[in-house]
Design a protein around this ligand. Sequence first.
Ligand code: FRU
Length: 906
Amino acid sequence: MPMRFVLIAFLLLTLFAGCAEKQRENYVIGFSQCTGDDEWRRAMLDGMERELAFHNNTKLIFKDAHANSAVQVKQIEELLQSGIHLLIVSPNESDPLTPVIEKVFRKGIPVVVVDRRTSSPYYTAYVGGDNYQVGKTVGEYIVTLLRGEGKIIEITGLPRSSPASDRHRGLVDALAGQPGIRRMATLNGQWEKEIAKKQLRETLPRFPDLDLIFAQNEVMAMGAREVCNEVFPDRKIRVIGVDGLPGQFGDIQMVYDGHITATALYPTGGEEAARIAMNILQKQPYQKENLLQTAIIDSSNVRMIKMQTDKMISQQNDIERQQARIDEQLEIYQTQRGLLYVMTGLFIVSIILGSVALYSLIENKKINRELNSKNQEILVQRNRIQDIAEKAQEATESKFRFFTNISHEFRTPLTLILGPVEELLKQKNENPAARKNLSLVQKNAKRLLWLVNQLMDFRKIESGKIRVQASGSDIVAFIRELMLPFDQVARKRRIDFRLITTLPSLEVWFDRDMMDKVFFNLLSNAFKFTSDWGRIHIHLSRISDHVVIKVQDNGSGLSETDIAGAFEMFYQGKNSIKGTGLGLPLSREFVELHQGTIIADGKKDEGATFTVTLPLGTAHLRPEDIADPVADPVDRSVDWTIAETEERPATAVQKDQPAVLLIEDNEDLLGFMAGLLQNHYQVSTATDGLAGLDQCFETVPDLIVCDVMLPGMDGLQITSTLKADLRTSHIPVILLTARNTPEQQVEGMQARADMYLTKPFSPQFLQESIRSLLANRQLLRSAQIGRGMPDAEAGLSRLDKKFLNELRALIVSRLDDPGLTVESLGKELGLSRVQLFRKTKALLGGGANDLILNLRLEKACSLLLNPDLTMAEIADQTGFTSQSYFSTVFKNRFGVSPKDWRFVKS
Ligand code: FRU
């Protein structure tokens, strides 16, 4: 639509431009002049231009033949070719010019003949003086002037030009009845002054009594005067001319000045010719023959005529000035008209553009409305998609949760299988068959655990929680290390198992745990599908900035389908990759986390090759992929290969053995753990979180082993509650869980657990952990024992230090009070008697009573140094009910009586 507007604007502007064009040069008039060199001809051209100035739609093309007929013919042909609408011609000579003028006429181009005639009637109009009449008038004037008696010479123009012959004829006719007037000679001056002078110089001397010379034009008359003055300076021969040109150099001035006697008026007819030409072109009426009248100008009328012509010239000049001004105005008008067109054009364009803008605005609004409704639709759809995505996310989350829970479920029974099996295998069982079976159970339980771990790894990868923790290691040594556990099987099955490499060592940045799983998986596969006496070769080489490790076997091989599906989750191949469908996809994930590749190759029955390529250097790793050199890079979950701890002989539980509380909802596991610990500790148990917590406050155990996922209250909450409470803040807590991501472990530590064990755990490791935590507490106690004062650096929690400070301050403030008992202290501190006892025992190694007594005796020692105080006073100030009781207690503690002690110290 806007294009249409622009098109209309363009057409309108073109139309304007077209109108402006149309007013210019509608007619082209060709003007062929026989000669343009004299004043008379210039006057003719001026007259013509003056007249045509009224017609500004007409152009005049002027051609000057310089008195040469052949040149004039050629010029007329050229004008014809240029496409003139009308020809004005003054033929130099009649006959030579007639054919070409006829040709123009016959082509339908109007021809206006001026001054000199052609020899044919084929022209449109003639304008010029009546030359016969001119000759005749001059003849009659001569008769009168010479009173019928005298000798004359005539100087003619070109004999073949019509004015020359017509004027001659008129003269002859006028003198025909005047025998006294004798024409002595007729000279051919060819209309030119110099030619006329030459002719006359030759002839004049022969006629010393000559009376008069008639020269057919103004210039030849002037020449005749000059020759007369030369030849007969003493005589005044009369000279008569033709033309009657006004102006300073014209023949009217010559008559006025007395140089020539008279001249016959011969008008140029320039204006008339132009006027008739325009009439013809504009289809206006005109006359074919237009003869201009003549008159004699001599001394009798020259003054008046000169005045008139001078006036005319001045008026003419005025007119020309006016014309110049008109031209100026016209130019201004043209410019303004042009401006007007431009303005109008711009106005139209602005209207059109305005309309276009308006139209666009309306269209835009329409489009905006449509867009808005589309946006709305998209928004609705987006929200719908978001809903679906959220639901999908929720579904994925619950899938992950399910996955995790299932894995937990697997891990707990696995603990219960592996733990007792390990315990049984440790007992020196005599029955080899039973041992073999137990080993089988252990091997398969480990295998099951390995699979569960793989599932857990996948879950971590899918939830994006796994991170590469790369460190620079020697890959050659790493592979050799990995091969060790397989060596025995290889030897047993006579498999040619070796590493082929020329590299003594090569540093590669990789996550040892992940690569361990990758190559363990590849080697397990290779051993599974290679027959006895077969071959498993590991080729290790460096290619450019990569390390390439190929695990190549000559086992049952891979089909094309196997190769295509090898790394797909849960793909169950037929040959070398038959299995859970987890190992290879997991390996690929691990390798790709290192920006490496893993590919499978081989043929059915011709063995399989798995090629792992890893980039060298660290450029491919993000800063967070590089392991912190001080942190332990290995997963903290307890490995079953952990070094076995020394077996300690079981002993009967004694009263003063540490109390351990186990909180675990899985009763089997609870029972297993209790069985494991009961020989060394006073074990109590709880199966849900809240009951466990109550029991903690009630019994204040020496150590708590607590599962994280529990009914009622989870292990993390239990831990933070215990650690925030004065009564229990000192108790070491071991958190026990199947959740083994670093984030979960951090969560456990944030709850201020003392240790975090992941299931399945080694029974030995649990036992050692408990033993070590309790031993540390004992060490701590030894550091404070007897002083009742916590050492600032003792490693106690802030809460425990605060507790001990408060306890001591309370005792010191009431040392003189014999009623200061454990009960009253507990009351003030908000603790039961048992809780206070357990707390002080755990922190100080003794009960609160011991602390009170120690502080009383400590104060008594300082008072004994004061000799002014009596024993009774000291006993009173230190809260002993009697002096004798004070002495007994003091002697019991220090081996001397207070009196003796004072004596020794003074
Ligand atoms: C000018 C002129 C005039 C004369 C006319 C005749 O060229 O010689 O003086 O009257 O031509 O054609």
